[in-house]
Write a protein that binds this ligand. Structure first.
Ligand code: SF4
Ligand code: SF4
Length: 78
C-alpha cells in the first residue's frame, strides 16, 4: 500500500536551510519543490520552497522524517 505523506507548509518555514527530513530519509522519498509553478529554482525566493513526497512508492513508513522534523510538519500514514 502506498504511503500518504502530508507536509504542512505553514510549519515548514525554510526547507532550503533545514533539509533535515530530506537528508534523513533512507529511501530518498522526499524532495524540494516550489509553490510558484514553473519559475526556475534559482529565481525562486526561499519562502516559496516546499517539501513533498516525490517517490512515495519507496516509503517504508520508518517515520524518521516525522521524528526529526523540528516543526512537526510531516505526517506519514498508510
Ligand atoms: S517514513 Fe521513512 S521512508 Fe517514508 S518518507 Fe519518512 S523517512 Fe522516508
Ligand atoms: S524537517 Fe520539517 S521543517 Fe525541516 S525541511 Fe523537513 S518538513 Fe521542513
Amino acid at each position: 500500500m502506498l504511503a500518504t505523506i502530508t507536509v504542512k507548509d505553514e510549519k515548514c518555514n525554510n526547507p532550503l536551510s533545514c533539509r533535515k527530513c530530506l537528508l534523513v530519509c533512507p529511501m530518498g522519498v522526499l524532495g524540494l519543490g516550489t509553490n510558484v509553478g514553473t519559475r526556475k529554482f534559482k529565481e525562486t525566493e526561499p519562502e516559496h520552497f516546499i517539501v513533498r513526497g516525490v517517490r512515495i512508492d519507496k516509503c517504508t513508513g520508518c517515520m524518521e522524517c516525522v521524528e526529526i522534523c523540528p516543526g512537526n510538519a510531516i505526517q506519514v500514514s498508510f
